[in-house]
Design a protein around this ligand. Structure first.
Ligand code: CA
Length: 538
């Protein structure tokens, strides 16, 4: 009943917009008028038994959608819409105890392509900004709420259905339904299918490649949260490592810039130039011993306990027998996000995975996280959320292409886990990097923080706000389209840095060609280091 009322109200909105359009009878408005009518009638064409249509709505370009009922933790109260779209909302039951909420954005200027967006963290949130980015580029685009509302893990409590949606089912269901909606609306199937996601969205992309190899022709997956159980053990493990802000072991926020300068002093030149960017932080074996307070140095220095905290922050997480649980944080992260994410002395958001999914104990204290808890999480591997299958043969056989990237100052998911997966695939499939190049390419993005931002040439087009143009050379999504549709695979990913860091109007400071793994980027020692041609992938 409530769904019907919502539908009616949106139909009315659509009609009002029609009337507005009729006031200016240009060819463009007549076309948009027809599109708007087509949108309001799409519900009659859709016969998807497991899906309930919540609304259909024509949205004109330059409209700002408001989401007054959105979970505040999603921090997405509104979204500016860039292109004329038909917006379709659906709810889909996925099990007796779970379901997803999803939206399909169908652009008027459709290219014939389909695209699924992903999610972030433990959310719970349709990423409207990604829907708009893809729809504005002509993709029929889908996004889901990942099976629950909001950024916390509370919905996982005693509910395997919700956990399964989060681990693998929400994206796949959204794709299956979304493709049907797209075909019904446009009257023909999509030509090619794409995926774009980062963080949890990166893991979701790899889940599709591993388990649903026919869902996508091209997958762009960044900073993936794969090895998920061990990742959450590592990220949740910083609280017991640093202690609370009152602890003797805790390193205060204002010391991290000093640690960062010390990291740069030891490692910035490893790539040939002291530019504040580490092209190969994996080669940096940072030692904080020089920051120890002494009789001659008692300010801007660290106590012995704090030196040990810094050292442990950059050490891999090991099991009691010395085996690797999860690789170390890469040096450089202290200069961007890590002091505000991992080093805060407070519970990391992903520790909800232990509280509500692994331990099912709402009274659990994240500061007590133990090796036993970590091992339990890995052993349970709920709904195979680990997402660590190294056999991508089915995806390769289906003709799929995979572009994997990871920022090298990521302060949420260490970039050192990404090469580990690449090597895992290489070993499992017994393929050399030259052979994997046919369908799987991994790029390390220097100076990029978690999924965007950071001090380097990090604008690669993975998100609208992290884009510097639509040329396939500068934009990973358009590079993927070219790879799938023209067979031209990316050799490098070019990133852009603006002069003031954020605003295109400030002008381009420099570009850098980010290398394909296992190559690393090295300055050739000749000429301007801001000229990308003075760097070599070796
Ligand atoms: Ca450097």
């Amino acid at each position: 009943m409530r769904g019907t009322m919502v539908s009616l109200s949106f139909f009315l909105i659509g009609s009002v917009l029609n009337l507005v359009s009729l006031g200016s009878p240009t060819n463009q408005s007549r076309a948009s008028n027809g599109f708007s009518q087509q949108c309001t009638s799409v519900a009659t064409k859709l016969h998807i038994p497991q899906a309930n249509i919540s609304f259909t709505e024509f949205v004109a370009a330059n409209t700002t959608l408001q989401f007054p009922n959105a979970d505040p933790s999603c921090t997405r109260p509104s979204q500016a819409v860039s292109a004329n779209i038909c917006r379709v909302g659906l709810s889909v039951k996925t099990s007796a105890t779970s379901g997803i909420r999803m939206e399909v954005w169908l652009p008027q200027n459709w290219t014939g392509r389909f695209l699924s967006t992903g999610n972030g963290g433990l959310g719970g949130c349709i990423q409207y900004e990604d829907l708009d980015y893809a729809a504005s580029l002509g993709f029929a685009s889908v996004g889901t709420n990942n099976g629950h509302e909001g950024m916390t893990g509370e919905s996982f409590l005693n509910n395997t259905g919700v956990i399964e949606d989060f681990a693998y089912r929400a994206v796949h269901t959204g794709v299956v339904i979304g493709k049907q909606v797209s075909e019904a609306f446009y009257g023909r199937p999509h030509s090619k299918s794409y995926y774009l996601g980062c963080s949890t969205g990166g893991r979701q992309g790899f889940k599709a490649v591993q388990s649903f190899p026919n869902d996508f022709d091209g997958v762009v997956a960044g900073a993936p949260a794969f090895s998920f159980n061990n990742l959450t053990s590592w990220s949740s493990g910083f609280l017991p490592l640093t202690g609370s802000p009152e602890s003797a072991t805790f390193v205060p926020l204002d010391m991290w810039p000093i640690v960062h300068q010390d990291v740069l002093a030891q490692c910035d030149m490893l790539d040939g130039v002291a530019d504040g960017i580490l092209e190969s932080p994996d080669l940096c074996h940072y030692d904080p011993a020089g920051l120890l307070c002494t009789s001659g140095r008692n300010t801007t220095c660290l106590t012995a306990a704090q030196v040990q905290t810094v050292r442990r922050s950059y050490a891999p997480l090991l099991d009691a027998d010395g085996s690797l649980i999860y690789p170390r944080l890469q040096p450089g992260a202290e200069g961007t996000e890590a002091p505000f994410t991992l080093f805060t002395g407070r519970a990391f958001g992903a520790s909800d995975w232990f509280k509500y999914a692994v331990l099912n104990d709402t009274s659990w204290d994240p500061s007590t996280l133990s090796l036993a808890d970590m091992c339990l999480s890995a052993r349970l591997n709920l709904a195979d959320i680990e997402t660590w299958n190294g056999n991508l043969s089915a995806f390769k056989a289906a003709g799929g292409k995979l572009l994997h990237y990871h920022g090298l100052v990521d302060g949420v998911i260490t970039s050192e886990n990404s090469p580990r997966y690449y090597e895992h695939v290489s070993t499992t499939m017994q393929q050399t990097p030259a052979q994997l190049d046919d369908f799987y390419r991994f790029f390390r993005i220097s100076g990029m923080a978690h999924c965007g931002g950071g001090p380097g040439a990090s604008r690669i087009g993975n998100q609208a706000r992290n884009s510097a143009g639509l040329d396939p050379e500068d934009n990973v999504l358009m590079a993927m389209v070219r790879w799938v549709e023209e067979g031209v695979a990316p050799e490098v990913v070019v990133g852009t840095r603006y002069k003031n860091g954020t605003t295109a109007g400030s002008g381009v400071d420099y570009k850098r060609r980010h290398c394909k793994w296992p190559a690393r980027n090295v300055y050739n020692g000749i000429g301007d280091c801001k000229d990308p041609l003075n760097w070599d992938c070796i």
